[in-house]
Write a protein that binds this ligand. Sequence first.
Ligand SMILES: NC(=O)c1ccc[n+]([C@@H]2O[C@H](COP(=O)([O-])OP(=O)(O)OC[C@H]3O[C@@H](n4cnc5c(N)ncnc54)[C@H](OP(=O)(O)O)[C@@H]3O)[C@@H](O)[C@H]2O)c1
Length: 237
Amino acid sequence: MRSIVIVGCTSGIGKALAEELLRRGNKVGGAARNEGVLREMEKVHKGRFTGEVLDIRDRDQVPVKMEALVDRLGGMDVCVVSSSITGQNPDLEWETERNVLETNVLGYAETLVWAAHYFETQSRGHLIGITSLAKYLGGKNPSYPASKAFEGRYLDGLRFRLEKKGITVTEIMPGFVKTPMTADREKMFWAISVEKAAHCIVKAMEKKKRKAVISARWKPFYFILPHLPYWILKKIL
Ligand SMILES: NC(=O)c1ccc[n+]([C@@H]2O[C@H](COP(=O)([O-])OP(=O)(O)OC[C@H]3O[C@@H](n4cnc5c(N)ncnc54)[C@H](OP(=O)(O)O)[C@@H]3O)[C@@H](O)[C@H]2O)c1
């Protein structure tokens, strides 16, 4: 039985992953803003799930809340950072852009750094970040794909530092997954369920992969997308 922390566990991929890991007999500590969902998960998985209300944009709160969560969980073997937001922003309003960047860049990185220090102190651990294949695409809402590119590069940098200390760093790059985040999307193909996404993440976790594209059928896009010419991007975005 491992102690696994999931930041962004109240919805979509993070919630399905928490449930899959609990089904497999692990203890899970979950952090996110939605206290109602956290308390409900504590009730359903009594004694094996513990929740901490955390808004990763509240930067002085990240270390405090993560420490409290890991203390209650009794340690941390794996930390998954799934928290991110997106949103339509046709008028390119700065408030919307800033919110995405504060969450997906600053909050996400601060959470990774806290976990990296924790794992360095105990000389073992597995850090997992969920990014996206969208990081290769630019797009009409620039902050989201740009933030995902940042997250991927940040994980690459942490891997250089942590791997030689025996700590694994995994980047999970989903294609489309049916979650509240994508609920209002009109065009989606090869979209998988959250259960399937959770299953793929557990497989990557067990194999200690450095990078995993989920589901497997999206793998060719990992090689193709970074090289697409602008005229094709204009047609598909
Ligand atoms: N769905 C897809 O097709 C898809 C594709 C590629 C990549 N991804 C990535 O997969 C990850 C999960 O996305 P999802 O589709 O499962 O989205 P989701 O259902 O909207 O879940 C997002 C999670 O992030 C948490 N979160 C958002 N803002 C937060 C904040 N300020 N502080 C703490 N937690 C926060 C949310 O919890 P609270 O609201 O309770 O805070 C929720 O648990 C994201 O990194 C996303 O970029 C998704």
